[in-house]
Design a protein around this ligand. Sequence first.
Ligand code: NDP
Length: 250
Amino acid sequence: MKLAGRVALVTGGSRGIGKAIVWALAKEGAKVAFVYRSNQEAADKLVADLELDQHEALAIQADVKDKKQADAAVEKVLEKWEKIDILVNNAGIIRDGLLALMEEDMWTDVIETNLNSVYNFCHAVTRPMMSARYGRVINMSSVAASYSNPGQANYAASKGGVEGFTRCFATELARRGVTVNAVAPGFIETDMTEAVVNAAGAQIKKAIPVRRLGRPDDISNAVLFLASEESSYITGQVLTVDGGLSLGGM
Ligand code: NDP
């Protein structure tokens, strides 16, 4: 197994893409802690399912926007397993609206959840990873960071910020054996995209060269590679996983 003996922390691990990442890391032998916001039922079920499959798992309720809660979550993992080798900053939300109609809380909620959270958790793991001279950080971006979708100024700004952050942080930690990369998914079928897929699924599929929507496993496979030893010469990169959506062909 690729990740035997490794310890991972995944934010937003209770559902969707994060849940697929938790499973992918666990199946390769990592002990996996994950953070969720409010859906305790989903979190408890995931821990029970992982334990049933002989994996070590820990669910932590925390709001990723809150630095103190992020610090406490990291502390809990360190107390239990004494290290964090892999951090996946996956938690994210959308609150779409044209800017003229975008209330301040729609802006701050998205920026704080999607971008401040990346600072909160990366800051908390920096010293432990530097001391261990090993780490894999994977931040969840989106093709929206490079696209011009009306109604997503807040989301695009947050994900563009994640990509810039990823490049800078990568250069700071490269000499310490820590790689920092981002993954930019296209349209992946989760709760987040349910409404838009219901409204325009067929049209979206036509714009994707592989002619299907993405599945959470498409993203977890990419994350698994960036979380493994095999990716040690890749840092500061954004890996797009979108079925060719961003190629701009017909
Ligand atoms: P989901 O809405 O399915 O799941 C979101 C997860 O994030 C849940 O586990 C949720 O916890 C958690 N979460 C949200 N806000 C907070 C918070 N404040 N504190 C702690 N946890 C929080 O999202 P997806 O799986 O679709 O998306 C995952 C990531 O992938 C996001 O960063 C998203 O921007 C990105 N992405 C998704 C795409 C897609 O097509 N789905 C495309 C491009 C990028 P809880 O269950 O408790 O609510």
